[in-house]
Every structure is written in structure tokens, then in C-alpha cells.
Design a protein around this ligand. Structure first.
Ligand code: ADP
Ligand code: DP6
Ligand code: CO
Length: 354
């Protein structure tokens, strides 16, 4: 018997991934970049017990058993079993040999400390955490740098960006087998400690259209999506990376907001259209623009993934002011309610201090 527990934070894309090049390999039509949040509020915690007495692999998410035969879970388990070494010890301190691992079945228990499937990147934290826990369980080793990221990508694309802290780029890659479609760290979590993220949970319900199916419909029907991937994303990637490195909040914030807006425009351009944002989301956008106008500069920047919930980036010196505005404009209980394990209605998570 051997057991491990790992936790992994979520990441929020500032240049969005939307659209698959290969559905089978889960590779994207464009590169993307994200900020990995810290572990305080938005994370996945996954425990795995491996035993020769278990009859089969099983997995539970937030207390409910999931279908272990899910293709994404299966590919992660298969790839990680292949990368196992003979270096892991069982509960008695004896090494488990690589050739003995097939006789061990796994019980995997995972919880998200934030809403699942609500556009706060639960699939990113979830699959990154599954890979991290399996690395630990199997004492797994990569055959080439970035291979673990490639495995996480096959679980959920955004997950490859959660294995690193700080500012992370997922390279779309050029190889036909997807082996160079992986994430690399651009700046570590110590680089910009003043950057913080305010998480506004507008609705914690599971969204109607999963990211996977939404982006497949967009790829099939939206002409704007192809234009975005060909003409827009690369120049934004260069500009936002430079801004992050220079800690230039105004440029970072402006590009972040423009990319969120273009992503949601492609959702509207999808046929039938996909509406991830709601009235409250749009009021948050309006509030942030009013605030920036009054300040005469970009001091707050919103971004929305595939869901109605906002992430607002600010520098620490403006966090209290923006939180105050949110609390003034929105009824905590009716519009920004957070249920479950949360104690606070709003969550402030220093973005770069993993
Ligand atoms: P989100 O915006 O939250 O990432 P997605 O539609 O991309 O939403 O993915 C949600 C799905 O990700 C869930 O329905 C579940 O299948 C998977 N998922 C979420 N959390 C975990 C986890 N901790 N472990 C395994 N899979 C997870
Ligand atoms: C809007 O990574 O959840 O959050 O690869 O199908 O699991 P799958 O999709 P997923 O898509 C994330 C979309 C996004 C933008 C982003 O995180 O880059
Ligand atoms: Co997701």
C-alpha cells in the first residue's frame, strides 16, 4: 500500500485558449498565457491510495464517484503508469518495483475548494493535481523536459499551465504527436508580488456548456475564432509577456481585458451562440471601466473564462479600493454569493505568490 496527497492551484488565462487543433491529442489552435493563483483559496486537493487489494481503479470528485473510464482520466493514468520508476516506497518502507505497479489499483479522491465547472478553471487545477499526485505516487520521471505538462494537457488543456507558478505560456507546439505542446514558465511567482486577483463568484453552478464542447462548436462555426488565432493572438502574447516582465500594469491590464472580450465575442459568434457571461458579469465590466476612467489609467482589469465569474487583477495598493467598490455596488448575498467551503463572499488571492 502507498498513499499520497497533493494540492495544486488554478490558473487564470489572460490570453485565452479556445479551439482545438487536434481533438484526439488535445492540442490548441493558439498558444496561451496565464497567471497561476496561490494555494490559499482556489485549489484542488487530491489523495491517492494504491493497493494490491483493490479490485479496480476508482475516482471521486467532491464526494461523488466519477466514471473512471472517462477518456481523459484514462490517458493520464496510462501515461503516468508508463513513467513510474522503482523508487517509490510502500507503507512498510520497501521499494515498489516498476514491474509490480500493474498489480496496484488506485482509489483517487479529489476536492476543489472552489466552484467546479463554473469558469474558474477547475479542470486546470484538477488535472494538474492528478498528474502531480501521480508523479509523487509512482516516483515518476520524465523522458524529456515538459513531458508531465504534455500528460496534464491531455487531461485538460489549461491544466498544463498549472504545474508551474507565476506567469506561464502554453506553446501550441509544431510536432504531429503533440510532444512539444506544453507549458513553460515565463516568470516565477516571486517576480510580481504586488499583483493580486479578486475572485467574484457570480454563480457557482455548473455551466450549461462545458469548455470542451463550447470550443468545438466555436471551431466549427465561428469565423472570428480563426481570425483571432491567425491574426491577433501572437502579437498580444508578445506584448503581454513583455508587460508582465516589466510589471507594466496598464499594458498587462488592457490586453487582459481586450482578450477576455474577444474570447466572449467568439462565443457570441458561435452558432448557436454561447453566453457564458450574465448581467452581473457585464455590470462588473462596466464598473471596472468607470473606475479606470475616474483614475485616468488602468488600475483594475477583469477577465472571464468560460463562465460568469470574474477575476479582477489589481496591484496590491488598489485592492481595498476595488473591493470597496464591489461591495458598494453589488449585494453580497444576492449577486456575488459564494457557497460551499467559502467563508468570504469575495476572495483575494495574491496572484503571483504560489
Ligand atoms: P472549468 O471552467 O471549471 O475548468 P470545464 O468545463 O473546463 O470547467 O471542466 C469541468 C470538468 O473538469 C468537470 O466536470 C470534471 O470533469 C473536471 N474536473 C474538475 N475538477 C476536477 C478534479 N479535481 N479532478 C478531476 N477532474 C476534475
Ligand atoms: C476559457 O482547458 O477547460 O478557460 O482542454 O477541453 O479541457 P479542455 O478545455 P479547458 O479550456 C479552458 C478555456 C478557457 C481559457 C483558458 O484557460 O485558456
Ligand atoms: Co476548464
Amino acid at each position: 500500500m502507498r498513499s499520497v496527497t497533493c494540492s495544486t492551484p488554478t490558473n487564470i488565462a489572460v490570453i485565452k485558449y479556445w479551439g482545438k487543433d487536434s481533438v484526439a491529442l488535445n492540442t490548441p489552435i493558439n498558444s496561451s498565457v496565464s497567471v497561476t493563483l496561490n494555494q490559499k483559496q482556489l485549489k484542488t486537493v487530491t489523495s491517492i491510495v494504491a493497493s494490491t487489494t483493490f479490485a479496480a481503479d476508482r475516482i471521486w470528485l467532491n464526494g461523488a464517484e466519477q466514471d473512471i473510464n472517462n477518456k481523459r482520466i484514462q490517458v493520464v493514468l496510462k501515461e503516468m503508469r508508463r513513467l513510474a520508476t522503482s523508487k517509490a516506497l510502500d507503507a512498510d518502507g520497501k521499494p515498489i518495483r516498476k514491474e509490480d505497479w500493474p498489480s496496484y489499483k488506485l482509489h483517487i479522491v479529489s476536492i476543489n475548494t472552489f466552484p467546479t465547472a463554473a469558469g474558474l478553471a477547475s479542470s486546470a487545477a484538477g488535472y494538474a493535481c492528478l498528474v502531480a499526485a501521480l508523479i509523487e505516487l509512482f516516483a515518476a520521471e520524465e523522458e524529456y523536459p515538459g513531458q508531465f505538462s504534455v500528460v496534464a494537457r491531455q487531461g485538460s488543456g489549461s491544466a498544463c499551465r498549472s504545474l508551474d507558478g507565476g506567469f506561464v505560456r502554453w506553446e501550441k507546439g509544431t510536432k504531429a504527436d503533440g510532444s512539444d505542446s506544453l507549458a513553460v514558465q515565463v516568470a516565477d511567482h516571486l517576480h510580481w508580488p504586488e499583483l493580486e486577483a479578486i475572485i467574484c463568484v457570480v454563480n457557482d453552478k455548473e455551466k450549461d456548456t462545458s469548455s470542451t464542447s463550447g470550443m468545438m462548436t466555436s471551431k466549427d462555426t465561428s469565423e472570428l475564432l480563426g481570425f483571432r488565432a491567425r491574426e491577433v493572438v501572437d502579437k498580444r502574447l508578445h506584448a503581454i509577456e513583455a508587460a508582465y516582465k516589466a510589471k507594466d500594469f496598464e499594458t498587462f491590464g488592457k490586453i487582459t481585458m481586450m482578450d477576455s472580450n474577444q474570447f466572449h465575442a467568439t462565443c457570441l459568434d458561435t452558432y448557436p451562440p454561447i453566453f457564458y457571461m450574465n448581467e452581473v458579469s457585464r455590470s462588473i465590466i462596466h464598473m471596472v471601466h468607470k473606475y479606470n476612467e475616474a483614475a485616468g489609467r488602468v488600475q483594475a482589469a477583469y477577465t472571464f473564462d468560460a463562465g460568469p465569474n470574474a477575476v479582477i487583477f489589481v496591484e496590491k495598493k488598489h485592492t481595498a479600493e476595488v473591493m470597496g467598490l464591489l461591495l458598494h455596488h453589488f449585494d453580497r448575498d444576492a449577486t456575488l454569493e459564494v457557497r460551499g467551503d467559502f467563508e468570504k463572499k469575495h476572495v483575494v488571492a495574491p496572484a503571483a505568490s504560489l
